[in-house]
Ligand binder design. Structure first.
Ligand code: ZN
Length: 129
């Protein structure tokens, strides 16, 4: 009996983490071919707990925040994607603009960036290799 009890929290954890990855793969179909590890990298999080937090914060914003706040986000062409410092990422409306920024960053700081499509909005984000 006691063995069953101790296993329960572990089982629950595994179930939750599978759900988080499954949710992302279902909702964002372009990520469906990614491995779990690639998904963590995609969202710039280190582990499943951080990924779940990120999902929850997005859900909260989408479900409970008032419409005006969402309209405001639309106005500034932003989305809910976070960078490594948990700040919102800049959303480039055109691939060309993102490309220009990549060239500029490389010329001025010798930092190589890559672009990828935002999973929530029409636009592009930059991330480090
Ligand atoms: Zn985004």
């Amino acid at each position: 009996m006691s063995l069953k009890k101790t296993l329960k929290p572990i089982k629950k954890r595994i179930k939750n983490s599978n759900t988080a990855f499954a949710t992302i793969k279902r909702v964002y179909r372009h990520l469906s071919m990614y491995t779990d590890k690639e998904i963590l990298k995609y969202y710039h999080v280190d582990n499943i707990e951080e990924l779940e937090e990120h999902i929850e914060s997005i859900k909260k914003t989408l479900l409970y925040d008032n419409q005006s706040k969402r309209d405001k986000l639309e106005d500034i062409d932003s989305c809910f994607c976070l960078d490594g410092k948990k700040e919102f990422k800049y959303l480039y409306k055109s691939r060309k603009d993102a490309q220009k920024q990549i060239e500029y960053t490389y010329r001025s700081k010798k930092i190589r960036l890559k672009l990828y499509p935002c999973p929530y909005h029409l636009g592009w984000h930059l991330s480090r290799y």
